[in-house]
Design a protein around this ligand. Structure first.
Ligand SMILES: Cc1cc2nc3c(=O)[nH]c(=O)nc-3n(C[C@H](O)[C@H](O)[C@H](O)COP(=O)(O)OP(=O)(O)OC[C@H]3O[C@@H](n4cnc5c(N)ncnc54)[C@H](O)[C@@H]3O)c2cc1C
Length: 317
């Protein structure tokens, strides 16, 4: 393990001990706030830059059916506020937040309620993909929803060895996909570990999705992947009704502007909610790499503040 990986792991272990205020400082730019109003205000700001959004109400792994139902109600309310404010924004939902780990039927019922409300309002629901224990149940859920709804999409992860076979198996449904690398720490037997292989697989999956006629949300901040996607788009002369780029709130706004400036559609993933603390810790624990992004970010901001205050530099503080 190199020095930076070791530092990330150490940071992850220390995080739960840190005061909430400090974790919030690290997480702040990645989270729109605690309330739906905070999130809608962020969506409006993004809209002014010509950027679409997808709302994620933070929360996952719920253990009680009532909590899963409450999450479904919160999503329906969010869809209503999006419609009332005429925002260019859909929603992204984690199956474990709607009860997939408790009861498959309960989860499916909750999803039906959201997707059906979204259809009435002319909107769309993306089913996020979680760790490998939920891959098959999530795909089964998607298949079931597609029997009655078209306004629902799925995520596939380029690090999963099975994803190529999943694209083939799902081809008859011509799904609306989001393609991402994958954020969970998966066993090597199931997931590619080498960054170069994950990137090659990302491009291969993207090609297959386009071959099958799918609409693809290309979710990455990796410029090499953005470039290979742009090459595919150009080579195939794809129009904006076939793809969009997607990025996480707070990550590489410069790349975001470059993509939008070049005339491509871009959607930002906007997480918000009361569970921001648990979410941030879990995300950081699951992916120590993320801890190093955060550490770099906090250090960078600290240095920036120092540079902006020359009197501090002079006194060596
Ligand atoms: C819109 C969207 C939706 C997603 N949905 C899912 C999902 O449903 N399931 C799932 O498993 N994963 C999801 N992810 C996460 C994804 O799988 C990756 O883990 C994440 O996007 C980082 O991979 P990357 O392609 O950006 O490449 P990386 O090589 O990891 O990152 C490229 C560069 O982007 C920057 N960067 C990336 N992530 C961060 C970050 N969090 N903070 C700060 N800087 C960062 C770094 O500078 C890095 O060098 C989603 C990602 C996006 C953008």
């Amino acid at each position: 393990m190199n020095g930076s990986a070791l530092f990330s792991r150490l940071l992850v272990r220390l995080l739960p001990l840190l005061p909430k205020r400090l974790v919030r400082l690290a997480a702040d730019r990645y989270i729109a706030g605690e309330t739906l109003d905070d999130a809608l205000s962020m969506v409006r700001t993004l809209g002014l830059e010509g950027i679409a959004a997808t709302l994620d109400i933070l929360g996952e792994d719920v253990a009680a059916p009532a909590a899963a139902e409450a999450a479904a109600t919160a999503y329906s309310l969010a869809l209503e506020r999006i419609a009332a404010n005429e925002l260019d924004c859909n929603v992204s939902v984690k199956p474990s937040q709607l009860g997939l780990k408790i009861d498959r039927e309960l989860c499916c019922r909750n999803f039906r309620a959201i997707v059906s409300r979204a259809r009435e309002l002319g909107n769309f629901v993306r089913i996020d993909m979680e760790d490998h224990t939920l891959t098959s149940p999530t795909i089964a859920l998607y298949r079931e929803l597609r029997r009655d709804f078209d306004n629902v999409g799925l995520v596939l992860q380029a690090y999963m060895r099975r994803s190529i076979a999943d694209v083939d198996a799902l081809a008859p449904l011509v799904p609306n996909f989001r393609l991402c690398k994958g954020i969970y720490d998966e066993p090597r037997a199931l997931a590619y570990k080498m960054p170069a292989v994950i990137n090659d697989n990302f491009t291969w999956l993207l090609q297959k999705m386009f071959d099958g006629g799918s609409y693809v949300g290309i979710a990455t901040h990796d410029e090499a992947l953005v470039w290979s996607a742009l090459r595919e788009i150009e080579r195939r002369k794809l129009t904006p009704d076939r793809y969009e780029f997607q990025m996480l709130l707070g990550v590489d706004p410069e790349l975001r502007s470059i993509i939008v400036g070049a005339g491509h559609r871009l959607r930002v993933y906007v997480p918000f909610g009361a569970h921001w603390h648990a979410y941030s810790l879990r995300r950081l624990r699951e992916n120590p790499r993320m801890a190093s992004y955060v550490a770099r970010d906090v250090t960078g901001r600290f240095v920036q503040r120092l540079r902006a205050r020359p009197e501090l530099q002079q006194h060596g503080q």
